[in-house]
Design a protein around this ligand. Structure first.
Ligand SMILES: [Zn+2]
Length: 153
């Protein structure tokens, strides 16, 4: 889906510009890496490895600074999981559908799922409690398919 990716890239570039930042090559590579890996939640270390494979001259500190900046501008969503690691997720309005997360309590594998099954929940909350939902943070804990297969209980 190249069109959607371009939209996301553009929106991120806009947000940076409005906040007075340029989309430098280092930032651009970091942003591109996040967009490419939207379906998986990467740690800063994993993002750094992917960025480094594209441009070996970019250091870990630069990637950390970029991630901090993106977090500050609400371009990424920092998620802390029970394994103690922080993972980053691109979170912008072009992604109209908010993700939800599946976490395997056996192997720790995390999946980000896109689906609009919660739009009904949001409107229910708004009607019932006069509360406008801006961000949903939904995480399901359970057992992933490969763990189910290997356990066969
Ligand atoms: Zn598992």
């Amino acid at each position: 889906m190249p069109e959607k990716t371009d939209l996301i890239r553009e929106e991120i570039s806009d947000k940076l510009k409005k906040a007075g930042y340029k989309l430098t090559p280092q930032r651009e590579i970091t942003v591109a890496t996040l967009i490419e890996n939207q379906a998986t939640l990467l740690t800063a270390e994993e993002i750094f490895m992917a960025v480094k494979s594209k441009n070996p001259s970019i250091g870990l500190a630069t990637v950390y600074r970029t991630l901090d900046l993106l977090d500050e501008l609400s371009i990424v969503n920092k998620k802390q999981f029970h394994d103690g690691l922080t993972r980053y997720d691109v979170f912008i309005s072009s992604n109209k559908i908010q993700p939800y997360y599946l976490v395997c309590s056996n192997c720790g594998k995390m999946q980000e799922i896109k689906g609009d099954m919660f739009s009904d929940v949001s409107s229910y909350i708004q009607t019932k409690h006069q509360f406008v939902v801006k961000v949903q943070d939904v995480t399901f804990h359970g057992v992933c398919d490969s763990c189910q297969n290997s356990e066969r209980v």
